[in-house]
Design a protein around this ligand. Structure first.
Ligand code: F6P
Length: 549
């Protein structure tokens, strides 16, 4: 029986790419650069503040042509338009996907079910402005009449990773009189340690949850409520100390937060794509309204670039296509993102959710098993720290990991001579990965012969370099949109739904059942496998020795 092909495999370009791969897979980057001295410039693009170098990839012009043809065959152009115009491309949840509307400065309407969503977006932005300015100016007072000094965002996943990453990224631009913290884990340590040195009457909580049902967030929110209630001793405390961000006003009201203190979210914004929505309130409080708008404008710049540029000049499309080339033809199973900027410490974790929750799927839009690899494992860390941690594997390990280097030409902080040395490392690493060091070069460097095998660097390890002029709210907005659209493009080519996340449900359901077994008198052993049953028994015996059996 022949297997039904529902993904990119059905296109002739997929087969041509396979043949092309067999022909060029052994060509070394040294050879590519030797043959074409202008390669560095030829395989690079510039838009505004960003210089994108993709020359250190295992590709030639033909590879790109074939990949672009594949993109065209999958209907990528039409699908980009479908997303921007509010069509319900999230088919398993019957929802539009409109994070791009959140930063739509064109003045054009965006319709969902025939209704323009731009008025509710700008209304929410106005409300965020009022709230953030009241807190920043000291006008917002806690139950004792003192001004708010601490902002604690309680949320998880997309309601945490985006604002956490950007608050940290824009710290240089932030109001240093405000402390902004993030609580996400249901592990009680997270909230206890986060509140340890804070005073309740000077602390406001943002309960960020699209659904307002997520167990981690609701458990932490209840603990925060209790923390404020026991200090305030009056009934007024919720309106002074809690703001909700949600698409379920009903649920936030049930929790006790009034409509006045609730900022809207919508079902057409996915959690991991929500940073530029009201979920970014903590960013606006920390860095200010104007900087938040600059961030939105940075994302808008990339949205326009993605929507309008031909694919051969389209940075997110090229990033996506090269990623597919490695994932499906070279079969490299992961890629690493390596920002060279201390402020971007939280970027890899943010990107991990954005990419892996979006494209970690193995069923096509038609409900068939894909039969080809989809989303890769995403990991990373900041330079130069990572150089002294996992770079050994990147340089000499048995697996090849393609890398994205992200850096900024101008420093925000440069006491003494830091930035020059820092960026020297940034450029050195992609060069070392690409070109390596041959046995002859090692010998010439005077290394004793018996040590030569250990000192050889194979090279031919690919990377992209994203070099921005400077870390600004605008360039952070650009960075976010670049990866969002890269991930979208890959999802289209793999013919999967990048906008649902059914894979997180099963563990949640099982945890609900197990939570009962951890506290009830009897373990409902028959419902668990023997491993889980024994683990629960051990847990219970440690917690309370008499309950062991
Ligand atoms: O992990 C599943 C998930 O639904 C994510 O997609 C989302 O970002 C996170 O949980 C938090 O959801 P909510 O904002 O509804 O609390």
């Amino acid at each position: 029986m022949t297997q039904k092909l529902s993904g990119p495999e059905k296109f002739i370009e997929w087969g041509s790419l396979g043949e092309h791969y067999s022909r060029i897979k052994d060509v070394h980057l040294r050879e590519y650069f030797r043959e074409d001295p202008g390669r560095g410039r030829r395989f690079s693009l510039k838009i505004g503040e960003l210089y994108f170098d993709y020359s250190k990839n295992l590709i030639n012009s033909e590879t790109l042509d074939l990949l672009i043809k594949l993109g065209e065959k999958t209907g990528l152009r039409e699908k980009i338009n479908d997303m921007f115009s509010g069509n319900k491309i999230n088919i398993t949840e019957d929802r539009a996907v409109l994070h791009t509307a959140l930063r739509n400065f064109s003045g054009d309407p965006v319709l969902v079910d025939g209704i323009d969503v731009m008025p509710v977006i700008s209304g929410t932005l106005d409300k965020m402005k009022i709230v953030s300015e009241r807190i920043r100016s000291g006008d917002w007072k806690g139950f004792s009449g003192k001004k708010i000094k601490n902002v604690v965002n309680i949320g998880i996943g997309g309601s945490d990773l985006g604002p956490r990453f950007v608050c940290n990224a824009l710290r240089w631009y932030s109001d240093r009189d405000l402390i902004v913290r993030f609580v996400s884990n249901i592990d009680g340590t997270d909230i206890v340690e986060s509140l340890y040195d804070l005073k309740p009457d000077e602390t406001i909580f943002i309960i960020a949850s699209k659904t307002f049902t997520t167990i981690e967030t609701m458990t932490n929110a209840e603990s925060a409520k209790e923390w404020i209630r026991s200090a305030a001793g009056n009934t007024e405390f919720i309106s002074k100390h809690f703001i909700a961000i949600t698409s379920s006003k009903k649920n936030s009201e049930l929790f006790g937060i009034s409509a006045d203190n609730t900022l809207e979210m919508w079902d057409w914004i996915g959690g991991r794509y929500s940073l530029t929505s009201s979920i970014g309130l903590s960013v606006m409080i920390s860095a200010g309204y104007d900087n938040f708008i600059s961030l939105l404008k940075g994302s808008y710049k990339i949205d326009e670039h993605f929507k309008n540029s031909p694919f051969n000049e389209n940075i997110p499309v090229i990033m996506a296509l090269i990623g597919i080339w490695y994932n499906n033809f070279f079969r490299y199973g992961s890629y690493a993102v390596l920002p060279y900027d201390q402020y971007l410490t939280d970027f890899p974790a943010y990107l991990q959710q954005c990419d892996m929750e979006s494209n970690g799927k193995s069923v096509s839009l038609e409900g068939e098993p894909t039969g080809y690899h989809t989303g890769p494992v995403v990991w990373g860390g900041i330079g130069t720290n990572s150089q002294h941690a996992f770079f050994q594997l990147l340089h000499q390990g048995s697996r090849v990991v393609p890398v994205d280097f992200i850096g900024f030409a101008q420093p925000l902080n440069d006491p003494g001579d830091h930035h020059r040395k820092f960026m020297a490392n940034f450029f050195a690493q992609s060069k070392a990965l690409a070109f390596g060091r041959t046995g002859n070069e090692v010998l010439k460097a005077g290394v004793p012969e018996e040590q030569i095998p250990f000192r050889i660097f194979p090279g031919n390890r690919p990377s992209n370099t994203l070099l921005f002029n400077k870390l600004t709210p605008e360039t952070i907005g650009m960075l976010i949109a670049l990866y969002e659209h890269k991930i979208f493009t890959q999802g289209i080519i793999w013919n999967i739904n990048s906008f649902d996340q059914w894979g997180v449900e099963l563990g949640k359901n099982i945890a609900t059942d197990i939570a009962e077994d951890l506290s009830s008198e009897k373990i409902s052993g028959s419902e668990h496998d023997s491993s889980t049953t024994e683990l629960i028994k051990v847990f219970r015996s440690v917690r309370s020795p008499d309950e062991g059996n």
